[in-house]
Design a protein around this ligand. Sequence first.
Ligand code: ADP
Ligand code: ZN
Ligand code: ZN
Length: 731
Amino acid sequence: MKVRASIANSLNQPAHRVPVLLHTPVYSALAHALTYLSDQPLCPGTLVRVPLGQRELLGVVWDAAPAGTEVALDPARLRPITAALLSLPPLSANWRALISFAAAYYQRSPGEVALAALPPQLRDLNSLQLARRLNRPAVGRAREKLLGTDAPASVQADPASIPETIDLVALTAEQTRAIAQFHANPGPFLLFGATGSGKTEVFMRCTADLLAASDLGQALVMVPEINLTPQLEDRFKARFGPLYGQHAVVSLHSGMTPAQRLKSWLAAHSGSARIVLGTRMAVFASMPQLKLIIVDEEHDPSYKSHEGARYSARDLAIYRGRLEGAKVMLGSATPSLESWHHSRPSAEGGRYLRLEMPSRVGANALLPLVRRVDMNHQPKACVIAPPLLAAISQRIAKGEQSMVFLNRRGYAPVLQCRDCDWKSSCPHCSAYRVFHKIDRSLRCHHCGFAEPVPRACPDCGNVDIAPVGRGTERLEEHLALLLAGIARPDGTPVRIVRIDADTTRLKGTLQAQLAQVHSGEVDVLVGTQMIAKGHDFRRITLVAAINPDGALFSSDFRAPERLFGLLMQAAGRAGRDAGNSSRSEMWVQTCYPTHPLFAALKEHDYPAFAQSQLTERLQAGMPPFCFQALVRAEAGTQQVAQAFLNAASQASTDLTSVAHLLPYITRYPAVPMSIQRIANIERAQLLIESPSRTALQRFLSAWQAVLHSTRKQPECKGLLRWAIDVDPLLI
Ligand code: ADP
Ligand code: ZN
Ligand code: ZN
């Protein structure tokens, strides 16, 4: 199969012109497909290697430009491709359409999006090496099957290893109903199910049904952070491995080695992988027989990319499903307000079908009782309110686990001089450096700058410098002190474990720590939001949020949504095992116990919370009732960053092609970003809003050229970079 394109441009051989996409950033002049010569016709989607300047790059043969838009080229300057990777089946028209859409929507070049969506190792392999990898047993057989050259059963596991039946749990009435609705409707679906309502079981049944109905069908299952949800991977492997073979379930995420990623990608592309489990990057996996896309915990911010093309994998999943005729199911106990709004009744304009599973599985598995502790009435400066401490102590004495979380790692967020008011600010950022007691360092969580704690105040020499506020490290220390006298049922002392980004830096430590929690070796688990998500901790009966108030009054309009989701998720960690004797509890320490957010939390009433938030957003004209884009600029000085943004904004009024849209576009003045300086780089942003998604899209596409030319203005000298973020999550 391997064919190397020979030098195509030899005199007597007619050469074919092929458009090729390369990884060129949007702001280079080479934003679109380049034309190369080939001595044979190459169909779109074929991978090729081509020369560019002195380099040789991987490229994708692209679709020809629409008639009439071709650029005149000087034939003498066209160069031949170096090689075509013909051992690999071409990327499908659907895949190319997905890339083109994502590039246009997120205002990047198609080449950048396409090449970033391919496994990096593809760049290093030639056609022969690729052919070898493709012909490895699992991948090769399915590929032959896909191409119709092999006996039908070859992709199945060895029949002898297939168990007669797989033991399946009896579905609950709510699960049965959700699955029936899934089969009876085209979707997209929003599976709105309480934590512990058995959403994963629904995902697996729907996957099983669609795969069984189609000989070659494939399913894409997306999760926010694969490292935090190894349980899901295990569950899918256990369920589908016996049916389709262990190689039929593959993972795709950034924690894998390049070789592993390539292997999974090839398995998906060749069709041998029937199920791909992955993080946001998996939304671009080439899956020629895609029948189903599941987006678990669809509200999770990690579905939004924050570099390169700032795409939302959840939103692209919806688009891709429509494109490929695959069903799409989003799932969450606390959906994003966007998805919630889209799943309103269709009579009110809703486009998704909402499937509801309000109850937890198991007759006794009640949702935890939510208790609000009014911190205004607790001893001054207390960190853990006495009634909460008493409740934790009781759980320990009974041999049950508690989980305490605080959204700040390190020992204390700032160190301060009691005399002159010196604070441990970072010299390179507009932020404080965090005090880490374990190695007595001051570390900036933004630029990484770290120094030993000074022995005295650098400004006045006073030795009395003290931590202010509290992070998980200090909380752990404090709890150890408070709980020192409490014994477990067998008389041994209490065991506390902390899990956050600091304790899990080494590979494998997170898994080891989680295993300790699961096996019951831990009585109190302290951590950041990392522990609040996804894990199925069966022995935890008490969850406490130590200081969640900050998000209530944040300038970020999405902060309450995130807080509510986090608290509901955290509450969902408690009481998952009906066998535990006591009713599980979620404690919230707050100075605003009557805040509507906590009132809705107490009732586990996400719909009420969502309704109140959506009413506020409607009144304020915020998403999902308007569409936003943010342009961010970085420069040596704040003045230059802002000058660039304001000049480009001003110049957009001269754009005749979109003049009729300007009444629907609101351009705000440039402002410093909330963390204005990181690593000595000044950052500014400019917000653009429109009630119409299409108007915003057209405006942004036309405005790109203005941004490029503004950059060349003298007052923008010193501008380092800029980027557009469409549908930004953080404003
Ligand atoms: P969710 O994803 O909605 O939080 P899970 O799918 O993790 O919930 O289910 C919670 C627990 O209930 C899991 O341990 C799962 O194995 C179990 N479970 C799910 N469905 C059923 C069922 N129909 N009968 C018994 N147990 C079930
Ligand atoms: Zn001082
Ligand atoms: Zn810094």
